[in-house]
Design a protein around this ligand. Structure first.
Ligand code: DAH
Length: 358
């Protein structure tokens, strides 16, 4: 055994015994570093005669490669061991229940919107959105509410400052402009709901200047009033979780639907407390109707071929009813104690399969 065999055993032994990356690096430096033992021997090559230098140089290079390969192998082994240890020590049980608390609470409006979306998603509706700041065309004209139409006054519209062309943008007074935007951008069949914020200049016990609505729109070649009724009755029963919740549709008027109706659900007001169910009294929850042919035409849809229904519903009132929240204005006070009391756990997403609210 020449001196290099003993050295090889020594150096590779140190490498394979290294228990962590720091020890491994120390072993590498001791062999191949600037002041390492192999490097030292290489420096001595200069003193040898050419023939001997060639052989010795080749042998030292082989040794260097062997030590480097051993270091690489050991590094892999240590890395795998470190990963295994990390996986073992950081093991988490993903089936454990969520720890409630520091995540905060979901606002009852968000919860109610998520519930409404879950119900309509199950019926095949998708969610559409539009801007809060609208132009006159989408908020009024395209919905068959021309300038000077009395319905404009009823909306208590917030107007934005004059634009250079003399027109004014508005804060949308309802979610119905999303109907227009959808019909103008996608061809039928259409089946969407459009939840979102709406604005009217009104503030008292039962009105806030910002509130929420959800709009619904179905357009195809065959949908009729019977589908409208079935869809909305099913929605109300699922949302309020009352299987035999009575409902009725009263004739009404909206410029953008013909015929138009308002939907009432059964309730009781006995003793001043509002309770939903089959008690003989009625509570209005939404407006609806068959989309007016003129609206279809304005939106570029052939009204001799396509038809369908629309509906629009406020969110705050159903939320108050379902969750027993007595005062509308508290929704927007931003009081954390109120939110802790009426809010929902963030990870309990409403779903028809697991329950809308738990
Ligand atoms: N946009 C109406 C409102 O804010 C609600 C409404 C009624 C929407 C009937 C509709 C509808 O789509 O068909 O008062």
């Amino acid at each position: 055994m020449d001196d290099l065999d003993a050295l090889r055993e020594d150096l590779i032994g140190a490498v394979t015994r290294a228990q962590d990356l720091a020890a491994l690096d120390a072993a590498r430096v001791a062999a191949l570093g600037k002041k390492g033992r192999v490097t030292g021997l290489m420096k001595n090559l200069g003193g040898l005669d050419p023939e001997a230098r060639k052989d010795r140089g080749a042998a030292l290079n082989r040794l260097k490669d062997e030590v480097a390969a051993a270091v690489e192998d050991r590094k892999q082994v240590l890395a795998r061991a470190a990963m295994a240890e990390k996986l073992e020590s950081e093991r988490i049980d993903v089936t454990l229940p969520v720890r409630p608390g520091p995540l905060g609470h979901i606002h009852p409006i968000s919860q109610t919107l998520d519930e409404i979306i879950a119900i309509f998603a199950d019926m095949g509706f998708t969610v559409a959105e539009g801007p809060d700041i609208e132009d006159d065309f989408h908020n009024f004209t395209a919905l068959n509410i021309p300038p000077e139409h009395p319905a404009r006054q009823m909306h208590d519209t917030f107007y934005l400052p004059d634009r250079p062309d003399g027109t004014n943008m508005v804060l949308r007074t309802h979610t119905s402009p999303v109907q227009v935007r959808t019909m103008m951008s996608v061809p039928p069949p259409i089946r969407i709901i459009a939840p979102g914020r709406t604005y009217r200049s009104d503030y008292d016990m039962t009105h806030t200047p910002m509130f929420h609505q959800v709009e619904g729109l179905v357009i195809d070649e065959t949908t009729h009033m019977g589908h409208l009724k079935g869809c909305l009755i099913e929605f109300a029963r699922a949302f309020f979780d009352i299987d035999d919740l009575p409902s009725r549709f009263r004739p009404s008027f909206f410029p953008f639907t013909e015929p138009s109706a308002e939907m009432d659900i059964g309730c009781s007001r006995a003793g001043g407390a509002l309770k939903l169910g089959n008690y003989g009294d009625w509570l209005e929850i939404l407006g609806c109707g068959m989309v007016h042919p003129r609206v279809l035409e304005i939106c570029g849809i052939d009204s001799s071929r396509y038809q369908g229904f629309a509906f629009g519903m406020g969110i705050e009132r159903p939320a108050m009813l379902k969750y027993g929240i007595p005062d509308l204005r508290t929704f927007f006070d931003g009081d954390l104690r109120w939110l802790r009391h009426y809010g929902f756990l963030p990870l309990d997403m409403p779903s028809l399969a697991l329950g809308l609210s738990r």
